[in-house]
Ligand binder design. Structure first.
Ligand code: ARG
Length: 457
C-alpha cells in the first residue's frame, strides 16, 4: 500500500482484484489532456497566491508537459494500482520532479478535480457535436434545394395522406436538428462552470483564487456551493437527455430511409458505400448504416437511464458510485458523433427517384382533402363536403378506379357543386401549390424556410 498516494492510514495492501474492480484508469485515461490542463492552471494559481513557490510552479508545469508528451507518444505506462487518471499523472509527476510534484494537490481533491476534468472534456465534445449537426443540416439543405420540384406522398399512420414536396419532408428534419443543436448550446451554459476550489466537499483552508483558475481555463462562471459542485452530474445528464432526443430524431429518419429504399417503395437509393450485401441472397443491398443508427439509439437511451439510476438517491456529496458516470458519457459522445458523421455523408450521396415518388403521390386518394376544400370554396360547409368526397371515394373503391378517373357526370353524382374546374384543382401539383401558408408545403414557402435556415448559420 506504500505505492498508493493515500497509503498512510492503511496496513493491509488492497486486494488485487479489488484494485482492478475499483479502478477507472481503463476508461478515464481519455481525460488526460483535461487533467493536465486543469493541474497547470491550479499550480499557477497556487504560485500566484504564494501557496507554493514559483520554482515549484515551473517544475510542475514543465513536468506535466513532459507527461502530456509521453501520453501522446504512447510511452506512458498507465497503472491499475494507481486507480485513475488523476493519480496516475500525479504519481508520475512526483516520481519525475520530486517534492514539487507532491505539492500540486494542495487545496484540491480528486472530487473537484474529476468534476473539472469532465466539464472541460464535455465542453469541447459538445462544440464538436454541434459542428457535426451543422454538417448534417448542410447536407439536408442541399438535398432540399435539389428537390424543390420532387413530389412525394406525405403519410399519417404510414398511409398515404396528402402530396408534399420531398424538400418539405427533408426540411422537417432540419427543424428537428436545429432544435437539437439549440438544446446542446443551452446545455453548454451549465457545463461551462468551474468547480475547482470546492475541495473534497467543503472548500479549502488555503487562500486560493478560484476566479483566476476559471479565467485560465476559459470558464465564464465558477460553481457557488462546494457540496453541489462535487456531487452535481446534472450537466452530464442534461447532455445525455439532449443526445437521446437527437438520436430519437436520427432513428426516425433512419426508419424512413429504410422504408424508402425497399423495393416496394423505391423512393431513394443509398449509395453502395453505406450498404452491405447478403452472404446468401445475391440480390440484397441492405441499408446497414441507417439500421445501425436506429439500433444505436437504444444504447444512448440506456446510457441516460444508467446515469439517472446511478445518481438516484445518492446522498451529498461525492460517492464512489459517481465513477460510473464516465462510460455512459463517453459512449454517448462516440455514438452521437459517429452517427451524425455517417448520416451527413449518406444524405449527401442519396439518390432520389422522383418519378417513383411522384407516381406514389398521386395514388391512394391523396388529393381527397383538396376535393373537399374545392367544395367548401363553392359554398358547401366542410362537414358536408367531407361526406360527399367520402362517398366519391367509396364509389371509386367499389369500381376499382382512381379519383382522377371520375368524369364530371360521376362527380356530380356526389354534389351539384362540382364543375369542370375540379380536374385542375386536384392535380398533385395544385394540391401542393395551394398549401401556401407559413410552414406549408407550397414551393415558395419551402424555399423561404431553406433560405431562413441557410441564413441562420
Ligand atoms: N476516479 C474517481 C471518479 O471518477 C475520481 C474521484 C475519486 N474520489 C474519491 N474520493 N475516491 O469518480
Amino acid at each position: 500500500s506504500k505505492d498508493k498516494l493515500w497509503g498512510g492510514r492503511f496496513t493491509q495492501p488492497t486486494d488485487r482484484f479489488v484494485e482492478e474492480f475499483t479502478a477507472s484508469i481503463q476508461f478515464d485515461k481519455r481525460l488526460y489532456h483535461q487533467d493536465i490542463r486543469g493541474s497547470i492552471a491550479h499550480a499557477r494559481m497556487l504560485g500566484k497566491q504564494g501557496i507554493i513557490s514559483l520554482d515549484d510552479v515551473e517544475n510542475i508545469v514543465h513536468g506535466l508537459q513532459q507527461i502530456l508528451h509521453q501520453i501522446e507518444a504512447g510511452s506512458f505506462d498507465f497503472s491499475i494500482s494507481l486507480e485513475d487518471i488523476h493519480m496516475n499523472i500525479e504519481a508520475r509527476l512526483s516520481a519525475a520532479i520530486g517534492e514539487a510534484g507532491k505539492r500540486l494537490h494542495t487545496g484540491r481533491s480528486r472530487n473537484d478535480q474529476v468534476a473539472l476534468d469532465i466539464r472541460l472534456y464535455l465542453r469541447d465534445e459538445i462544440i464538436d457535436i454541434c459542428t457535426y449537426i451543422d454538417l448534417l443540416i448542410d447536407a439536408l439543405l442541399t438535398q432540399a434545394e435539389n428537390n424543390l420540384d420532387t413530389i412525394m406522398p406525405g403519410f399519417t399512420h404510414l398511409q398515404t395522406a396528402q402530396p408534399i414536396l420531398f424538400a418539405h419532408h427533408l426540411m422537417a428534419y432540419v427543424e428537428m436538428f436545429k432544435r437539437d443543436r439549440a438544446r446542446l448550446d443551452d446545455c453548454l451554459k451549465r457545463v461551462n462552470v468551474m468547480p475547482l476550489g470546492s475541495g473534497a466537499l467543503a472548500g479549502t483552508t488555503f487562500p486560493i483564487d478560484r476566479e483566476y483558475v476559471a479565467e485560465q481555463l476559459d470558464f465564464p462562471l465558477i460553481t457557488r456551493n462546494s457540496l453541489d459542485a462535487v456531487s452535481d452530474r446534472d450537466f452530464s445528464l442534461e447532455f445525455l437527455a439532449d443526445a437521446s432526443i437527437l438520436m430519437m430524431h436520427l432513428s426516425r429518419f433512419s426508419e424512413e430511409l429504410i422504408i424508402w429504399s425497399t423495393s416496394a417503395f423505391r423512393f431513394i437509393e443509398l449509395s453502395d458505400s453505406f450498404c452491405t450485401g447478403s452472404s446468401i441472397m445475391p440480390q440484397k443491398k441492405n441499408p446497414d448504416v441507417p439500421e445501425l443508427v436506429r439500433g444505436k439509439t437504444g444504447r444512448v437511451y440506456g446510457n441516460l437511464i444508467a446515469l439517472l439510476t446511478v445518481m438516484k438517491s445518492l446522498p451529498l456529496a461525492y460517492n464512489k458510485d459517481m465513477q460510473e458516470d464516465k462510460e455512459p458519457l463517453f459512449d454517448t459522445i462516440d455514438t452521437v458523433k459517429g452517427s451524425l458523421k455517417v448520416f451527413a455523408d449518406m444524405i449527401k450521396d442519396m439518390k432520389v427517384y422522383d418519378d417513383n415518388m411522384r407516381q406514389a403521390a398521386g395514388e391512394g386518394f391523396s388529393t381527397a382533402t383538396d376535393v373537399a376544400d374545392y367544395l367548401v370554396r363553392k359554398g358547401l360547409p366542410f362537414r358536408d363536403a367531407h361526406e360527399a368526397v367520402g362517398n366519391a371515394v367509396k364509389y371509386c373503391v367499389e369500381n376499382e378506379m382512381d379519383i382522377t378517373e371520375l368524369s364530371l357526370a360521376e362527380w356530380q353524382l356526389f354534389s351539384p357543386y362540382f364543375d369542370s374546374d375540379i380536374f385542375e384543382a386536384i392535380t398533385v401539383d395544385a394540391c401542393i401549390h395551394a398549401r401556401n401558408v407559413p410552414g406549408g408545403t407550397a414551393r415558395e414557402r419551402v424555399w423561404d424556410e431553406i433560405v431562413r435556415s441557410r441564413e441562420a448559420k
